[in-house]
Ligand binder design. Sequence first.
Ligand code: CA
Length: 672
Amino acid sequence: GMRRASAKIGWALCLCASLSVCLQDDPEDAERTPDLIPEDGGAGPAAETPLSCCGAGILQGGARHLWTRVFQAAWRMPGQYLVILQRDTHESQVQRSIRRLRARAARRGQPVELLQTFSGALRGFLVKMSREALQLAVKLPHVHYIEEDSSIFAQSAPWNLQRLLRPYGDDGGMAEVYLMDGSVQSTHREVEGRVLITDFNHVPEEDGVRVHRQVSQCDSHGTHLAGVVSGSDSGVARGAAVNLVRVLNCQGKGTVSGALAGMEYIRVSLQARPADALVVLLPFIGGFSRSLNTACRDLVSHGAVVIAAAGNHRDDACLYSPASEPEVITVGAVNSADQLMSQGAGGSNFGRCVDVFAPGDDIVSASSDCSTCFTSRSGTSQAAAHAAGIAAVILSSNQNVSPVQVLQMMLHHSIRNTINLLPLPETQRLNTPNLVAKLTPPCHSLADQELLCRSVWSERSGRDRGDMAVSRCRQGEEMMSCSSVAPDGARAGEAITCVAHNGPSGHGVYAVARCCVAAGLRCQPYAGSEPGWVAQCVDSQQHLSGCTSHSTAELLSDSRSHPGHRRHCLAREIVTSQAVCCHASSLECHLVCRGLIPYLLLSGLFLQVELSCLPGWTLTDCKAVSEGSIVVEPVAKDNSCLVRGAAGENRTAGVAVCCRVTPQRDPETKAN
Ligand SMILES: [Ca+2]
């Protein structure tokens, strides 16, 4: 009784206890600590893990999560655990940890079966063991966290054959696409000669005792996707080479541990034979997995463009992996009318973790029924395969573009504001991107010639006073503004963060960073020296791209400063202002400022103004300036800035900053 009660009362205490045990490394202490792992079905902190660990998260003090498993109970694989060790753990220490775990478990009559070791992006091992042995594993030295293995699933389902896709006109011949899927019928006429089946194969057994196994069924998902990526009639990038890494079985099911092993295989192949243009396509989904997201991030840091299905659960994509990983390009699905794909009770996932949507409904491509057969399928897998094809084309026609530049170019050429987001939950309408990916116009190379920006939304902060939300730009991007308060900003060369604070009676805030790429772009924040002081760009070469503000004395719901001049950010008495100042060759920035005007909505009269940048200019900042104390909501969406306030307040204005990098003229053209 006491044991259970103490486990329920203080998780933080339990974890602290286990940490001190780790440090002392005294096996006998283990007997005296309470259970660290909640029982199945119990409402333990593990159930909250996906939310608190997800993406650009909320800063929360307290317990270190040592144990994690997916939110979706049916996808869990109890008894199979990924023991992830600290990053700098030496190979010999990994082996020692395994031996130690086995020895300790053996003393208690608990067998531990080692299934796999990881020595790539993650250090650790996969074991089959009991819950009792798991209690011992948590206390091993060097343990970073333990994740219960879980299932991942292909994200498409057969659909009626209705029409053939009009073939696209580019080839993507320089790019190599690693497809992590089931198998592919490499002799299909659509993909013949372009698909390599690698020797990697790591899949769970099919469910059910008497599975009617048809070879063509095993191939159906992968063959269809390979066709969407590079099929000669139905493909987006018809010249791209596809390498299959088999992580899904004939039922379209795999495991997180299998996917991790597959990514390690790709990593090793890359080290042996570096590729200039590499895309990794992950057309599956599982519950939120810290280890899977880490492995994706690692592939991106090695130069791969990693593209994942958003998932077909009509749900927040942030609750799933690899969809929730910010460094991954997460793709939702739309139908031929550019509306969200729906499939019975399911449909495309959405939310801030989705980067872009792509065609994913009723897509005709290669069928594994015969070498000349076609079929129609729907799903976010198909959408992700489209995006992978587009990425292959971008990579093939632009030398040396980074993964984040590929994302920015894909967003820049997307079709805007066609999706009706009203059916989504209210909190998801604001941060779901209204963008449908399409192919870059041929011969239109943009890399390094334009300023490209996107909005990056944080998770919503908690509702308590002082709760914070953090948004981060990806590696290679510069933050040109932060739409809420930023107390610390960033120093040049460090990770740039955008922090928003919840007000005294607030209901949670978002931090929205404007993250941009351009040749030689460098941004730096300058804070006013004291509250109430003007913040300004000191270098005459720099341009003001945005203003942020915060108050240490009092958290205010109305504490936004604004760019009062071209190079200044004004601040009110107790507010510290910060100017974000950027430099790039031929960068120009200007302010757009306009008062709010009455606007009638169904719910009543509002004051509103929408500010847009002129063609060729990119929105970097969007703020509301108010002399009153009303709640105003500035929202930077795509290339326009929407400011809304309550009726009766007429001293409110919207302020936007628009910037551009003028394309460098060819000196020879100039001479003529
Ligand atoms: Ca992303």
